[in-house]
Design a protein around this ligand. Structure first.
Ligand SMILES: [Mn+2]
Length: 278
């Protein structure tokens, strides 16, 4: 099954790739089932966005299925994903569906090599800035720290953050911006407008009331309306890649988290591929 509105294109404007990997998720695994669950849930929504007035049918949008990552170490999965992203045409927007948050490292590794001034925009409940977690340096809880090995702290903008250790919050004061709020201050947004941006959306940025199906739910998150409004504003940025991670179908018995994830992806793809004013 392909994602809603996806078709075969030799030069896609946007290409969805699933990464069914959750080997370092220790508390509540299950995000390896997310690419399949989100594709299935996508059949329940429309290709047309009445807010953006755009339709997935109108763009060259493909879904190449899942990367084969079963049984891999986190390092091998990251390497494999980085080489797949590195092989994409520059005009193709990678739309990656995790899997756990560790997948972001593979994508950013490839894109930071291609764009020297890459900014990374993280929407997440957790800082993910530990240097090591349960003996691993590459894990869902260390992913943003490993990304700081690739881009400078001044290149990272984090929003929705409301959980982490004292040390992680101390480290986060050195970032371009970090806040529990989703709204980005105007001067930071203007800074983002001036460079290529990678955006990673950890579904746990959402309030568990709207997105219960995730490995590490965190109270006091943002609403679906707030997040979708934010995602539609991506139309104003030069986004060179996007991921949506940490949906965990075994903790989503009603399927509502996967439906929301599919809606976020539709709105993100439509907003990011919208023609930009010259
Ligand atoms: Mn995360």
């Amino acid at each position: 099954m392909k994602f809603l509105g996806a078709d075969l294109h030799s030069h896609p404007a946007a290409l969805l790739i699933g990464v069914p990997y959750d080997a370092t998720s220790t508390f509540r695994a299950g995000s390896r089932h997310a690419p399949g669950a989100i594709r299935w849930a996508s059949q329940s929504i429309e290709t047309f966005s009445p807010v953006l007035r755009r339709d997935l049918e109108d763009i060259a949008f493909g879904d190449e299925g899942d990367l084969h990552v079963e049984g891999m170490t986190p390092e091998a999965m990251v390497d494999s994903l980085a080489s797949r992203i590195g092989a994409l045409e520059a005009a193709t927007l990678p739309v990656i569906v995790g899997g756990e948050h560790t997948v972001t490292l593979g994508i950013v590794r490839a894109l930071a090599g291609r764009h020297r001034d890459l900014a990374v925009l993280q929407l997440d409940a957790h800082t993910d800035l530990r240097d090591e977690y349960e003996g691993r340096r590459v894990s869902h809880a260390t992913v943003m720290r490993r990304i700081l090995d690739l881009v400078s702290p001044g290149s990272l903008v984090a929003a929705g953050i409301r959980a982490g250790t004292r040390e992680e919050f101390l480290l986060s004061t050195g970032l371009r911006y970090s806040s529990h709020r989703l709204a980005i201050p105007p001067e930071v947004w203007t800074w983002l407008e001036a460079r290529p941006v990678y955006i990673t959306i950890d579904i746990d940025v959402m309030d568990p009331a709207d997105a219960p199906g995730t490995g590490n739910p965190e109270p006091e998150g943002v609403s679906a309306h707030e997040l979708l409004t934010f995602v539609r504003r991506l139309e104003g940025l030069r986004v060179v890649g996007v991921d949506l991670v940490e949906v965990s179908p075994p903790y989503d018995p009603s399927g509502r988290t996967s439906v929301l994830a599919a809606t976020i992806l539709r709105e993100a793809i439509l907003a990011i591929t919208a023609p930009r004013p010259a």
